[in-house]
Design a protein around this ligand. Structure first.
Ligand SMILES: N[C@@H](CCC(=O)N[C@@H](CS)C(=O)NCC(=O)O)C(=O)O
Length: 212
């Protein structure tokens, strides 16, 4: 049984859980709150030296970094293949994972969602300057993802891949902001894909307890 260390509120933890749910791989989520007062628990740094979530343990094997966890889940277990075999589609999948990690997470989740939704929910004021300066990069991210989205039920066409598992949690949070909803409305392929992905069982099972 896979042990996944993390919290259900994390988009990265949700990506890993989506891959395990879609693959049909049993796992348990062992709670680690990286945002607890005083920081992550000391023992977590042995699993993830940067103090981030998720981290995985399976059969004596320890792993961190979500893209590596996603690939491990797909390659070490039976179940539907979550990576295309065709080299061009496989490269597209890797490209989307990299865009999400390198550009989308900080901009869509931290600079826009956390400022606009999470902070204001806690009674703090949104940093409008931060939001305003993230809108240009956000437009580029949504534009390139719309461009890379194939015709079909999933980002890369008819096969559900790790790109779907990684993109859905981030884009779901982004869409909860007025800025994100507006940008998504003008990206029909991406919008249809996200609406359809959100009703999947895997997505509903991994819904955070405390709603984002
Ligand atoms: N490169 C890491 C990033 C994971 C990450 O940033 N996780 C967030 C939660 S969504 C986190 O642990 N943040 C804690 C912090 O930044 O202090 C991965 O791919 O797993």
């Amino acid at each position: 049984m896979i042990e996944l260390f993390g919290a259900d509120y994390s988009v990265y933890v949700r990506s890993a859980r989506l891959a395990m749910e879609e693959k049909g791989v049993p796992y348990i989520l062992i709670p680690v709150d990286v945002f607890a007062t005083g920081g992550p628990p000391e023992e977590h740094f042995k699993r993830q030296p940067f103090g981030k979530i998720p981290a995985l343990k399976h059969d004596g094997f320890s792993l961190y970094e979500t893209a590596a966890i996603l690939r491990y889940v797909d390659e070490a277990f039976d179940g539907p293949l979550l990576q295309p075999k065709d080299p061009k589609s496989r490269a597209r999948m890797t490209q989307i994972l990299s865009i999400l990690d390198t550009y989308a997470y900080r901009t869509l989740v931290w600079d826009i969602f956390v400022e606009r939704v999470a902070k204001t929910r806690e009674g703090a004021e949104a940093d409008e300057v931060k939001i305003a300066s993230a809108l240009g990069p956000a437009r580029t991210i949504i534009c390139v993802l719309e461009d890379l989205t194939e015709q079909g039920a999933f980002l890369l066409g008819e096969q559900l891949t790790l790109a779907d598992c990684h993109a859905a949690p981030m884009l779901n949070l982004f869409q909860k902001t007025p800025e994100g909803a507006e940008l998504m409305e003008s990206s029909p392929k991406l919008l249809n894909w996200l609406q359809a992905f959100k009703v999947r069982k895997s997505f509903q099972t991994t819904e955070p307890n405390q709603k984002n």
